[in-house]
Design a binder for this molecule. Structure first.
Ligand code: MG
Length: 269
């Protein structure tokens, strides 16, 4: 298991690092000369991770998402369980750094959280078989598939509802070497648990999703696959703090950590 994150220097430039240590207070960031899935190696520079501003750990050419991938969530929105994965895209312009702020758009009266497991592609995937699919994964992260539920229903397709700027928080790090079938996805709003589901309950597992998607479009290193949300989606309001956590389904095993973002009304026009 390895951990990677992207950070901002005080002058605003970004760098990628491998993070090691046993607690957030003492973690060390070993600076890399490139993105780790593009062959980045340690430069020899190291910094205390605490106090560094974290950035979205992925730099995707596309964010490929899956709708209705947990039966209980499909049911809570009144849908049947799909016979095939239901794919849609979010634009990279929707990405939000850890600690960032989701801006509620004026166009919507109901914006909801969807906590999801994110899969970061490490090796180009095109027409891969299910049994080979996980070899194309670099690691896993926490993602919020923020959704304007009213616009999703109104538009009949999902581009606007899921595509607003700030509607895709990602982080706080990417963790390699996890078993994607043994994780737990949690959303808390103001400290109260709203979603808490097991990735073992996905209708289509990560390997199946990669194989299926790679028959449609080439998945490039750095791309994000966002794997669907468990039940318990609900509204976000100005002032809320949203925490998305992916931990191990088993007690005491390593997970990804907590992605924390704020929610605010849009600035005046
Ligand atoms: Mg979703």
């Amino acid at each position: 298991m390895k951990r990677f994150a992207r950070f901002a220097r005080p002058d605003g430039t970004a760098f990628c690092a491998e993070v090691e240590g046993t607690s957030p207070e003492t973690d060390v960031a070993y600076v890399l000369d490139n993105l780790p899935w593009d062959g980045g190696r340690r430069t020899g520079e190291e910094q205390a991770a605490l106090g560094l501003a974290r950035l979205c750990p992925a730099v995707p050419s596309k964010i490929l998402c899956v709708g209705r991938n947990y039966a209980a969530h499909a049911k809570e929105l009144g849908h049947e369980v799909p016979a095939e994965p239901l794919l849609f895209l979010k634009p990279p312009s929707a990405l939000l750094d850890p600690g960032g702020t989701i801006l509620l758009p004026r166009e919507s009266e109901r914006v909801e959280h969807e906590a999801e497991l994110g899969v970061l592609i490490g090796r180009r995937a095109r027409n891969v078989r299910r049994e080979d699919a996980l070899h194309h994964v670099f690691g896993y992260t926490c993602v919020g598939d923020i959704t304007a539920r009213d616009l999703q229903k109104k538009d009949g397709q999902w581009t606007r509802a899921k595509g607003f700027d700030t509607f895709c928080p990602v982080g706080p790090q990417v963790v390699s070497g996890l078993d994607p079938t043994r994780l737990r996805v949690i959303a808390r709003v103001g400290g109260q648990t709203r979603q808490d589901g097991l990735t073992a309950h996905m209708i289509f597992d990560v390997a199946t999703l990669i194989a299926y998607a790679s028959r449609v479009m080439t998945l490039e290193p750095g791309d994000l696959l966002v794997t669907g949300t468990p039940e318990g989606v609900g509204p976000l309001l100005p002032g809320d703090v949203l925490d998305i956590e992916v931990c191990s389904a088993e007690e005491g095993q390593p997970g990804i950590g907590v992605l924390s973002v704020r929610v605010a009304a849009p600035p005046p026009p």
